[in-house]
Ligand binder design. Structure first.
Ligand code: K1U
Ligand code: ZN
Length: 200
């Protein structure tokens, strides 16, 4: 079933045109046994690969989206891009709700409009424990396919707009730390490498 909706909350207002509930996380859960996927950690060259468009939205893609959602929830994130779990296909999942009941699955997402400017102290599941301020567009329009392969368009602002831009950067092989100064980037890389050595 498709219906237009407007959702507010969690620091954002979003207009969902023809948002579909037929493949919510609950339906995905019923159909597939979900798995947790390992998240790549910076510095890892695979985080810089450019994802390819999904050719066909089928059961494999729905299972992958369900596994990505489960992985995101378990890691206490609000978003996850396929690149972060070493899948080089254009899929992102986002859920800003505390209840984990507002999952967005965006397949082959493309930002078609950006406006304004805002800053936010971002984090990243692939750059654990590091938070820093990044400047991005304040509002975006993103076009994508849903889990049934139907074209959708979403106007977003607030944290949702920031998260969409952060996740699309992942699909282009870009991490939020690349917006920081070379000195900060070098310090972050050294810190994470040291942490990885210590946990080996
Ligand atoms: O892509 C990712 O690594 C997920 C990332 C998304 C994101 C967070 C903040 C700004 C932009 C994008 C995270 O979820 S990191 C965890 C985090 O910072 C956070 C978790 C819950 C609420 C708010 C932030
Ligand atoms: Zn990230």
């Amino acid at each position: 079933m498709c219906f237009p909706a407007r959702i507010s909350g969690a620091g954002c207002n979003i207009s969902l045109k023809f948002f579909t509930r037929t493949h919510s996380i609950y339906q995905l859960k019923e159909k597939n046994k979900m798995a947790l996927l390992p998240i790549l950690v910076h510095p890892d060259e695979r985080l810089h690969q450019v994802a390819k468009p999904v050719a066909a939205v089928d059961e494999r893609i729905r299972k992958l989206a369900a596994d990505m959602a489960e992985t995101m929830y378990e890691a206490r994130g609000i978003g996850l891009a396929a690149t972060q779990v070493n899948i080089q296909e254009r899929i992102i999942v986002i859920d800003l709700s505390e209840e984990h009941d507002s999952l967005l699955v965006l397949i082959n997402p493309v930002i078609t409009h950006k406006d304004g400017q805002t800053t936010y102290e971002e984090g990243c599941l692939s750059v654990p424990g590091i938070y820093d301020t990044v400047s991005r567009a304040e509002t975006v329009t993103v076009e994508y396919l849903d889990t049934e392969g139907k074209p959708q368009s979403l106007d977003a602002d607030g944290l949702l707009a920031i998260c969409i831009q952060h996740e699309l950067d992942h699909l282009s092989g870009k991490l939020f730390v690349e917006y920081l100064s070379p000195l900060k980037q070098s310090r972050i890389k050294s810190k994470l490498k040291k942490r990885q050595r210590e946990t080996l």
